[in-house]
Ligand binder design. Sequence first.
Ligand SMILES: [Zn+2]
Length: 91
Amino acid sequence: MEWSVRNANYEKVLAVMEIYLSERYAKICNCPRCRNDIAALALNYLPPHYYVESENHKDLGSPWVMVETAVAEAIDRVVEYPNHPNEPKVA
Ligand SMILES: [Zn+2]
């Protein structure tokens, strides 16, 4: 079978990260490891919003303000405790 299970908050977290990492937090490490850590942490702060993708139902996820707060907290955490020992590398 084909799976169509999605987490509405996952898509919202990625959207907020894209804006934050290019504006407000443009100077932090932007490597794949840090980006994934930020996304995972932010998603753990938010309630799950899984839904089955279909034409007539779409879960909208948590309010944007909650998603933004979760992403900001996740960024602060990863900046303070990065999962790699080296200084940020420019890709
Ligand atoms: Zn990094």
